[in-house]
Design a protein around this ligand. Structure first.
Ligand code: M7G
Length: 330
């Protein structure tokens, strides 16, 4: 992704008098509780004022924009969605075409598809914290080497103070949000989990299928906390996750990539399930740990992830990178 601008405005708090904000503030409060209702056709982005572009990609056809909405900091992600095979007949029949150039057997056109086939996916983070703004900003990354001691001395204290809120995860587990999107649930408090579409996936086609499995257990922050004690949970997620995806999306296990991120952004354990044919963001070897490997590693050494040195990338202005530098580890 090319950085269009790396300038970051300060995160001013919204003023109380601003009238449309009173409505929003109420919605924000509802949102932290979670919201299952559909918002209808109201254009909540009509007042969005762009501050700067955090990053964009012509290849992935996505742009991450930082701005203000009702005087609150917001991040909006706009993304062109894949073209579905089942819409082709309508695209060919009902679009308008303008010729750009013709040369021998070659020609290019600007094609205007009917509006309902020309959607953008918009993801809104409101209010966005400074950490959200940094997360979506295009930046240089550095590979960090974290020993078990570094985890205890540097990473753990940092994530206990500074990580993103996992309120959205609790909202899902408590059915306060996204309950209508749940694909499968095993309600067992120890072994159970909720499987639902990741909010990066528009669910229109399985080509870019992306689901997450979130365990009901709340005390597992990340891969680092896993021991052989968690094998029944991991195996349950693996097996039932694959079965549910086969049943609902007809995608067999051999077409799936199931993995955990280290470091994750959100410290409540979760498993990513993506279509193997889709190069999902964050599926590279520097961050993704295949669930099948995690299970094997814990079988051969119950404390594998408690003792191993783990490697992961951190962005240049990530506070955790600063902590590793301060400790003379980089
Ligand atoms: P991660 O490895 O902690 O962080 O994965 P990452 O975002 O850096 O990959 C968390 C996953 O949860 C990501 O794939 C997010 O797209 C997804 N996610 C984040 N939020 C806030 C939500 C949400 O509110 N709903 C859903 N369904 N997925 C989310």
């Amino acid at each position: 992704m090319a950085a269009v601008s790396t300038k970051c405005e300060n995160n001013g708090e919204a003023s109380d008098e601003y009238s449309p904000k009173n409505k929003k503030t109420k919605r924000d409060q509802e949102n932290s509780q979670g919201e299952n209702v559909k918002e209808g056709d109201e254009n909540v982005l009509s007042g969005f004022k762009t501050t700067n572009v955090l990053s964009d990609s012509a290849r992935e056809k996505v742009i991450f924009v930082h701005g203000k909405l009702d005087e609150q900091n917001a991040v909006v992600i706009l993304e062109k969605t894949p073209i579905r095979e089942d819409t082709l007949a309508e695209i060919f029949a009902a679009s308008t075409l303008t010729l750009d150039m013709r040369n021998d057997i070659y020609s290019t056109y600007r094609l205007q598809a009917p509006p309902h086939l020309n959607e953008l996916k918009a993801t809104v983070v409101l209010p966005a914290t400074e950490k959200h703004v940094k997360k979506y900003q295009c930046q240089e990354s550095f590979l960090v080497e974290e020993t078990a001691e570094d985890y205890q001395a540097i990473t753990l204290p940092f994530i206990q103070k500074q990580s993103f809120s996992v309120q959205w995860v609790y909202n899902i587990l408590e059915k306060k949000a996204e309950s209508e999107r749940i694909v499968f649930e095993d309600p067992d408090p120890k072994l159970g989990f909720v499987l639902l579409p990741d909010f990066k996936w528009d669910q229109k086609q399985v080509d870019n299928l992306y689901l997450i499995a979130i365990p009901h257990q709340r005390n597992i922050k990340s891969l680092r906390d896993l021991t052989s004690e968690h094998l029944p949970l991991l195996q349950n997620i693996f097996q039932k996750g694959k079965d549910a995806i086969l049943e609902k999306y007809k995608l067999p296990a051999g077409k799936l990539r199931a993995y955990l991120h280290y470091q994750p952004s959100y410290y409540h354990l979760h498993v990513h399930f993506t279509n193997l044919g889709y190069e999902a963001p964050g599926c590279g070897v520097e961050r993704a740990h295949l669930l099948a490997d995690v299970v094997q590693n814990l079988r051969s050494d119950p404390r594998y992830y408690k003792t191993r040195t783990l490697y992961f990338p951190l962005r240049a202005d990530d506070g955790l990178l600063g902590q590793f530098k301060e400790a003379g580890k980089l």
